[in-house]
Design a protein around this ligand. Structure first.
Ligand code: 13P
Length: 249
């Protein structure tokens, strides 16, 4: 079973003060021994967060990256730059990137490849809309998003993925998927991974994201195929985030 991972995605939120507070709180926290923690902060806070989190158990992650290594791409940030300032992970294909910034499966695959090329762990986000779920296509959409990336990778590249299932209808809405709903999709993802390779299915951490909070995390994380969480809103409140970390131990 993969080591549990709780990753906070600050999205376009936070401040230098919050970075400092998290660094202090994580340094003082008595976290479960079998747990990985990561914080995905906005680009300007990566470098201060690298300093604030040094000596804590938390790894640092970016929220997206360019599909290009360098060059005339104003406003973009490369995987190499993320590595340079201490990031170890990067979100790819978050539903906000897919819907608000037009990233399709090909764009997601290109970014996963860039992340892998520079030694970042891509956290590949998958998720269906409410419309797709209501039409009975939720699982097919999620598996399709997975295949669009995983089919194109080599076996050793697939084994370096982290996958996050984030139903779009549960993100920022306060409407969490029930533990049973989430487990059912996670199990489908695990089964699909096993068709590439049984060891892969055992190894790749499957995170749930979508209104995960201190009071629902334990039930979600108790599911056999939920290995961790990708936490948005609750990752901006240190007490809530630490409580979620405790539930994962
Ligand atoms: P919320 O936890 O705010 O619903 O956000 C989930 C998410 O999108 C994490 O990437």
């Amino acid at each position: 079973m993969p080591t549990p991972l709780i990753a906070g995605n600050w999205k376009m939120n936070g401040s230098l003060n919050l970075v400092e507070s998290f660094g202090q709180a994580l340094a003082d926290a008595d976290l479960p021994s079998r747990l990985e923690v990561a914080l995905m902060v906005p680009f300007p806070y990566l470098e201060p967060a690298a300093r604030a989190l040094a000596g804590t158990r938390a790894a640092l992650g970016g929220q997206t990256l360019s599909d290009q290594p360098s060059g005339a791409f104003t406003g973009e940030v490369s995987g190499e730059m993320l590595r340079d300032v201490g990031a170890r992970l990067v979100l790819v294909g978050h539903s906000e990137r897919r819907t608000l910034f037009g990233e399709d499966d090909a764009a997601v695959l290109a970014r996963v490849r860039r992340a892998l090329d520079v030694g970042l762990t891509p956290v590949l986000c998958l998720g269906e809309t409410l419309e797709e779920r209501d039409a009975g296509r939720g699982e097919a959409v999620v598996i399709g998003q997975l295949e669009a990336v995983a089919d194109a990778l080599e076996a050793d590249q697939r084994s370096r993925l982290v996958i996050a299932y984030e139903p779009v209808w549960a993100i920022g809405t306060g409407r969490t998927a029930s533990p049973e709903q989430a487990q059912s999709v996670h199990a489908a993802i695990r089964r699909r991974l096993a068709t590439y390779d049984d060891a892969l299915a055992e190894r790749v951490p499957l995170l749930y994201g979508g209104s995960m909070k201190a009071d629902n995390a334990a039930d979600l994380l108790a599911q056999p195929d939920i290995d961790g969480g990708l936490v948005g809103g609750a990752s901006l409140k240190i007490d809530d985030f630490l409580a979620i970390c405790q539930s994962a131990g």
